[in-house]
Design a binder for this molecule. Structure first.
Ligand code: C2O
Length: 550
């Protein structure tokens, strides 16, 4: 194991896309930002110098941060933002994790341009649980905005309107020939015939899930969210924002060129979702440059059955050195409903007049607000045992009212109460080492949609997923307790549910939220406060001396 050390200069740069130049905030001047290459067991140190005009933090998406909660990064949860002109050093270990993860800004919408890959390969002398690959190909799906993304976030939060959509999707920062002025901006990769390649695919888009295909080639999925899976053959991969998928492809087709294509998966009819495709080209060595690349057939944009099949067919390993058994005894059962709602004008931060109902989102009817302006992050409040001004410990284990979640036929009064989720900063306290099982139940109060739910500080087993209302008698017998997939982000089926389980062995304050970027500032979040273990070495360590102040 070694130390992987990076310096990240976050600064505004002007870059050219879609016929215009735009000032964006980027790390070390590149889009995407630098790739962190590491091996399992390595220590990572990243010195961040914030030379941008914004206060911001970085988050290492999917890194467990075992006993290093001060390096997790969500603003106001584990740290106050690094002020413009300030710096902070993130330090963490990559123990027990292998595969593809990524890092991104965890402030405002800045992750649109402040993101990059984090690859964790097996430690020296260890190998993948599948045959050696000839080469790896990183595939980062992103978004390009002609607008300033900080203003976009501000408008989405302070208005009652959903945000405008991005102007293009990108592969490795490039929008492709399907967009204006982008003929030269298409991601190209050369391959040799008859080899096996590993594609490390990351959905770094803000608000869209995506189908991914390569013409005439099939994939073997070998890992999701940096956890190995049982090899799964498919010709389409589906990823929600936050998720990663590692696939093998064998270049066993005739010498030629083939498009790789991302297409949004839209789980619910929504106004103005950017339905644009983006594509890159895979060219076999020896192909004539005149030959046009072949396009794959793509699923319909609303093809929920295809998305659901992919999401539910993935299983984990059962046995072997990488196997993580499912914890069997459950200490804490939670049932969490979530979705869109309204909030009342008087607990809304934006400008609205009484009687208006700004759009918001909630979990168990609580619309989460970050404790901005309360003098400390949640983790500092926890560590210094002074939480009362920062958050409260009464996040409910169940929604306050039981109703038909996916076809609300509740009475006017109840429905009104549910639409009006109050703003709060509530955590659920978990005993150290307790096992938690959560039914994540989508609701359909304003609109039904597939929400990618991300839990910080943990990977979790996904025991089952389905449509409609969760029903324990019917659904519990279907739990996969043998080899379920393990994730850090679960795309909960539209109008449906998912059951996840994890053991709370990592003390600290850990954010849980929808990884659709619009939904976090709307309040589709909550947090766990995981109590310290029995010894100092199993407790939250003291904050680093350069931790930014609020
Ligand atoms: Cu990838 Cu809380 O985020």
């Amino acid at each position: 194991a070694t130390v992987v050390e990076h310096t990240f200069n976050v600064e505004d740069v002007s870059i050219q896309r879609l016929c215009r130049s735009q000032v964006i905030t980027a790390v070390n001047g590149t889009l995407p930002g630098p790739t962190i290459n590491a091996r399992e067991g390595d220590a990572v140190i990243v010195h961040v110098f914030n030379k941008s005009p914004y206060n911001l933090t970085l988050h290492w998406h999917g890194v467990i941060q075992f006993l290093t909660p001060w390096s997790d990064g969500p603003e106001f949860v584990t740290q106050c933002p690094i002020p413009s002109g300030g710096s902070y050093t993130y330090k963490f270990n990559l123990t027990g994790q292998e595969g593809t993860l990524w890092w991104h800004a965890h402030s405002s919408f800045l992750r649109a341009t402040v993101y990059g890959a984090l690859f964790i390969r097996p430690r020296l002398g260890h190998s993948y649980p599948f045959p050696k690959v000839y080469q790896e190909i990183p595939v980062l799906l992103g978004e390009w905005w002609n607008a300033n993304v900080v203003e976009v976030e501000h408008n989405a939060t302070e208005s009652q309107l959903p945000p405008i959509e991005s102007d293009a999707y990108t592969i490795n920062g490039l929008p492709s020939d399907l967009y204006n002025c982008s003929q030269d901006g298409t991601y190209q990769v050369k391959v040799k015939q008859g080899k096996t390649y590993m594609l490390r695919i990351i959905n770094a888009a803000l608000n869209a899930q995506h189908f991914f295909k390569i013409a005439n080639h099939t994939f073997t999925v070998v890992a999701v969210d940096a956890l190995y899976t049982k090899p799964y053959k498919t010709d389409v991969v589906v990823l929600a924002p936050g998720q990663t998928v590692d696939v093998l492809i064998t270049t066993n087709r005739p010498v030629g060129s083939y498009y790789m294509v991302f297409k949004p998966y839209q789980s619910a009819p929504r106004v103005a979702l950017n339905g644009n495709l983006t594509r890159g080209v895979i060219t076999y060595e020896g192909a004539t440059s005149a030959a046009k690349p072949i396009m794959p057939d793509l699923p319909d944009q609303t093809d929920t059955p295809t998305a659901h099949k992919f999401y539910t067919n993935i299983t984990g390993l059962a046995g072997g050195p990488h196997w993580v058994p499912v914890p069997r005894h459950v200490d804490e059962h939670m049932f969490i409903t979530f979705g869109l709602s309204f909030t009342t004008c008087n607990n809304f931060s934006g400008g609205c007049t009484d009687g208006q109902r700004p759009l918001s989102a909630n979990m168990n009817n609580e619309s989460f607000v970050l404790p901005r302006g309360r003098g400390a992050s949640m983790l500092e409040a926890f560590y210094f045992n002074n939480v009362s001004h920062v958050y409260s410990r009464d996040f409910p284990n169940q929604p306050p009212v039981v109703f038909d979640y996916t076809r609300p036929t509740i009475t006017r009064d109840t429905s009104f109460a549910f639409q009006m989720a109050p703003k709060s900063t509530k955590v659920k306290v978990l005993k150290f080492n307790s096992t938690v099982e959560i039914v994540l139940q989508n609701t359909n109060i304003i609109a039904a949609e597939n929400h990618p739910m991300h839990i910080h500080g943990y990977n979790f087993h996904v025991l089952a997923q389905g449509f409609g209302n969760y029903n324990a008698t019917r659904d519990e017998p279907k739990f996969n307790l043998v080899n379920p997939q393990i994730r850090n982000t679960i795309a909960v089926p539209v109008g449906g549910w998912a059951v996840v389980r994890f053991q709370a062995n990592n003390p600290g304050v850990w954010l849980v939220h929808c990884h659709l970027e619009t939904h976090l500032p709307w309040g589709l979040a909550m947090a766990f406060e995981v109590e310290n273990g029995p010894t100092l070495s199993l407790s939250v360590p003291p904050p680093p001396s350069n931790l930014p102040k609020c």
